[in-house]
Design a protein around this ligand. Structure first.
Ligand code: ZN
Length: 233
């Protein structure tokens, strides 16, 4: 019944792993990305690179991989004032949330993704949200996304499934999942060609990938890689 999936693909480790997960499961997979005035365009540049590498190195997946949809959501940058979209340092707000939080971002992303999916005859939306390495973003919660699945289905009057394969696994297990799906070749694409760093550093190559090595996203990625490598050896 659910043969076609649309992956919310940002160009980071999590969504790249979700892309492989979807390519392994669905007959047709399309991708969607959002330009919302991010300060750092490097993540968006990584998207195209990862898609190219998946197409060239995984012929069985290339046949299933359909168009990439890039949406301009510049208005999200206009209505938020965060460390991701404005030139300010990453810090924790009084709410306890880091100021990298764009309020309601995933609600907006999924709603736009559902509109594209509806038009394309796709009934599954795949996202890399996760409660395990929880940064406290309320729009990444399992309950939020389950409620959203119901809302989208009702609002579009069609069955819409929101899949979040990383919801209950940590970053080390995300590397393991990638390895299980695409072996060393996929792990290497994700290590070298995805981007997680909040500061946008894509010049310094560590064993876990490019990044500043200091920001919360880099710390999380480095810790997960070290744990994965420790368990793998
Ligand atoms: Zn960083």
């Amino acid at each position: 019944m659910h043969k076609k999936a649309l992956v919310l693909f940002s160009g980071g480790q999590d969504s790249a792993t979700c892309l492989a997960w979807a390519l392994e499961r669905y007959e047709q997979v399309e991708t969607i990305g959002f330009d919302y005035g991010q300060r750092h365009k490097v993540e968006l540049q990584c998207r195209g690179m990862v898609l190219d590498l998946v197409r060239s190195q995984f012929p069985q997946w290339a046949a299933r991989l359909g168009p990439d949809h890039m949406l301009d959501l510049g208005l999200l940058g206009q209505i938020s004032d965060t460390a991701l979209t404005a030139d300010k340092a990453i810090a924790f707000e009084q709410s306890g949330l880091p100021n990298t939080f764009v309020p309601g971002r995933n609600l907006i992303f999924f709603t736009f993704a559902a509109a594209v999916a509806y038009r394309r005859g796709i009934s599954v939306l795949v996202g890399g949200m996760c409660e395990t390495d929880y940064s406290g973003y309320p729009d990444c919660r399992d309950d939020t996304l389950k409620a959203l699945q119901v809302t989208l289905g009702l609002g579009l009057d069609t069955r819409m499934v929101v899949e979040t394969p990383l919801m209950w696994i940590d970053k080390a297990q995300t590397w393991q999942l990638a390895h299980g799906l695409g072996g060393d070749a996929l792990v290497e694409i994700i290590r070298r060609d995805t981007h997680s760093c909040y500061v946008g550093d894509h010049t310094t190559l560590h064993d876990w990938g490019y990044g500043c090595g200091q920001c919360p996203a880099c710390e999380l990625r480095a810790r997960g890689w070290a744990k994965y490598r420790g368990e793998a050896q």
